[in-house]
Write a protein that binds this ligand. Structure first.
Ligand SMILES: NC(=O)C1=CN([C@@H]2O[C@H](COP(=O)(O)OP(=O)(O)OC[C@H]3O[C@@H](n4cnc5c(N)ncnc54)[C@H](O)[C@@H]3O)[C@@H](O)[C@H]2O)[C@@H](O)CC1
Ligand SMILES: Nc1ncnc2c1ncn2[C@@H]1O[C@H](COP(=O)(O)OP(=O)(O)O)[C@@H](O)[C@H]1O
Ligand SMILES: [K+]
Length: 583
């Protein structure tokens, strides 16, 4: 289970493991350093493998990572090694002519730390004065043991290291591992194979200073692959904000638990491929020491969220079984938004969908989606919504299972009061998106709390701009701490919140959050959000709870967009309608 923690939460879990479980800090550091060394060797082996393939004239595409890996870019390590890139001959030693096939005879060295021609590799280890540096020193020992060339580069005087890190410093010195100190000796990365960044971890505060900043810049400028210990130095582990400078890692070996800053952009870009390695800290301690934030995976959906991801249907099910969505959306200039949402609700599997829309718009959309029912809700010739339509929408909602509103709605006189009436006077699950979120924002930063707790599911689906209006802050401020803002708003206002954008955050009123990894930047296209509203409404109609519908909806939406992009061959040409077709 991939739990995602803050630096404070990580520290609390560390402390509990050491003090209450009695697992020595030195063991954790040993496991951490060893994991980092293993990932360095794995990267070296991949390089050698690629080199061999290139010699044979194989093209780039032949060894590209799988789509799965490319999309997620996060792997849970610590288990077995993939066969790929593992040169068996390097770790098998012949034991002489007497051995008979089938009766053993192979002597296998530690496979995780063995590679062909380790002597061709020389790695520079950037060592900070905290425990992150200690991890780097342990890794250095293991790499030397594996036969690689290693040079330690201390950011501070080695005497500055304390505790477990100082023990590792002394061990490295006794082993004769070459070391230089930044500022005392010149550091030239031009001849090394790669760099391990063990400068700053979860104890980092603010932008890297002094020697730390200089080494980060030099490492980035070198163009060598960088493997970061725990987090790229210069990244805010809690928010994903990157300071100037910040390491641009090829691989980040995240220790024990995913850090929030690694799963949100721009931090996710700085981290490169993320491998989470177990170091002896039980992951299930995480939610006992802070909020429960998890990566949204199929396992989490099926397990923690109890979603039937196979979307099985009862053999004797009928359209009444799968619920009826009412969508109040669309206006003359934005009729497509309503259409996309309504169609997506149907594709998400609801039994029936009714689109409530301004009377003057209705004749123009008849027949566009034949499966859809239409209901004129706002009178007048303009094709716009008006405040008087609240009564009609509420009446229609009485015989439907879910109400979704917002896409293409536009703004109109008295609209905040219109939305308040829907909020307070229907007991149906409610999905609020787009302009309906702006109406809610006009009710004040505590709008939902003032309007009162609804008895049914209430899901808000803002993009960062709409979230900013709800929170009365700028979009960049929202983006600077997406998980924090989403989780706080959901808890304080008692709603389920979907903060959209790359790595969408789903936050629940009980303080839990899920981070989605499906989807891609091709979804940055008009109408993609309207599709999501429809999907979530469609799932609610089928009886899913608020958390389930929001999380599964976001997951499916991204997955469908991935399929659609593969079909088109290029994510850039994705249209929102393609996502619906791929559902
Ligand atoms: N039990 C534990 O605590 C474990 C910790 N581990 C490692 O320890 C790391 C956390 O270690 P620490 O808490 O010692 O902290 P760090 O090693 O992240 O760094 C803290 C040190 O860096 C300095 N510093 C902070 N911000 C700076 C900045 N902006 N510029 C320059 N210097 C700065 C501080 O003065 C402090 O001396 C984790 O990320 C992980 O790598 C692992 O060894 C596993 C076990
Ligand atoms: N870079 C990205 N990676 C993943 N998903 C994205 C990305 N950009 C946009 N999306 C998704 O596409 C949808 C866009 O929604 P929104 O901004 O409301 O657009 P619109 O209002 O045009 O429908 C959201 O679900 C969002 O999470
Ligand atoms: K680091």
């Amino acid at each position: 289970m991939l739990f995602i923690v803050t630096a404070d939460q990580m520290r609390a879990v560390d402390e509990y493991t050491i003090q209450q479980l009695g697992i020595p800090a030195a063991s954790l550091m040993e496991n951490a350093g060893r994991a980092i060394a293993e990932e360095v060797i794995k990267l070296c082996r991949e390089g050698q493998e690629d080199g061999r393939r290139d010699d044979r004239g194989w093209g780039e595409g032949d060894h590209a990572d799988s789509d799965e890996a490319r999309h997620r870019n996060i792997a849970e390590g610590g288990g077995g090694w993939p066969d790929r890139g593992q040169p068996k001959e390097a770790w098998r030693a012949h034991t002489g002519p007497g051995d008979r096939i089938g009766y053993g005879g192979d002597i296998i060295a530690d496979p995780a730390l063995v590679m062909a021609h380790p002597g061709d590799q020389h790695w520079y280890m950037l060592i900070g004065k905290g425990n992150n540096g200690g991890d780097g020193l342990v890794a250095a020992r293991h790499l030397v043991e594996a036969g690689l060339g290693v040079t330690l580069v201390y950011a501070d005087a080695p005497e500055a290291l304390r505790g477990e890190a100082a023990v590792q410093r002394d061990a490295a010195a006794k082993l004769g591992i070459p070391a230089v100190v930044h500022g005392r000796e010149a550091v030239d990365f031009s001849r090394c194979t790669g760099i391990v960044d063990a400068l700053l971890g979860t104890g980092s505060r603010g932008a890297p200073r002094g020697a730390y900043a200089a080494l980060i810049r030099a490492a980035n400028d070198s163009g060598k692959p960088v493997v970061s210990a725990d987090v790229p130095s210069g990244l805010d582990a809690d928010t994903g904000e990157v300071y100037e400078p910040c390491i641009e890692a090829r691989v980040t070996v995240c220790l024990a638990l995913l850090k929030r800053g690694l799963v949100q952009y721009p931090g996710a870009s700085a981290a490169g491929r993320i491998v989470v390695r177990a170091i002896g800290i039980p992951a299930r301690l995480a939610p006992e020491h802070g909020p429960s934030v998890r990566l949204l995976t199929d396992e989490v959906l099926r397990g923690a969220l109890r979603v039937d991801t196979g979307r099985r249907r009862a053999p004797d099910g009928h359209k009444g079984t799968y619920g009826h969505v009412l969508l109040a959306a669309g206006s003359m200039p934005m009729s497509g938004a309503g259409l996309l949402s309504a169609k997506a609700a149907l594709r998400a599997g609801c039994g029936l969908a009714t689109w409530a829309l301004p009377a003057a718009l209705l004749p123009h959309v008849i027949g566009t989606v034949p499966e859809l029912m239409l209901a004129a809700a706002a009178d007048g010739n303009s094709g716009e919504w008006n405040a008087a339509s609240a009564a009609a929408v509420l009446r229609l909602a009485e015989s439907r299972d879910v109400l979704a509103t917002g896409p293409g709605l536009g703004r109109f006189e008295g609209d905040t009061d219109w939305l308040r009436r829907l909020w307070q006077q229907t007991d149906r699950p409610l999905v609020i998106d787009a302009d309906a979120l702006n109406m809610l924002a006009d009710a004040g930063p505590d709008g939902p709390r003032i309007w009162g707790q609804r008895s049914a599911a209430t899901i808000l689906t803002p993009h960062p701009g709409e979230m900013g209006r709800l929170l009365r802050m700028s979009t960049p401020e929202v983006q600077r701490d997406r998980i924090g803002h989403a989780a706080r708003y959901a808890r304080e206002q008692g709603v389920t919140l979907v903060l959209k954008g790359a790595r969408t955050v789903i936050a629940t009123p009980s303080g839990e959050a899920y981070i989605n990894t499906t989807g891609h930047a091709g979804m940055a296209t008009g109408g993609a959000g309207d599709v999501l509203t429809g999907i979530i409404a469609g799932l609610l109609a089928q009886g899913l709870g608020a958390e389930q519908a929001a999380a599964f909806g976001v997951y499916l939406h991204g997955q469908a967009a991935e399929r659609a992009a593969l079909r088109r061959g290029d994510p850039s040409s994705l249209l929102a309608g393609d996502i619906i077709d791929a559902l």
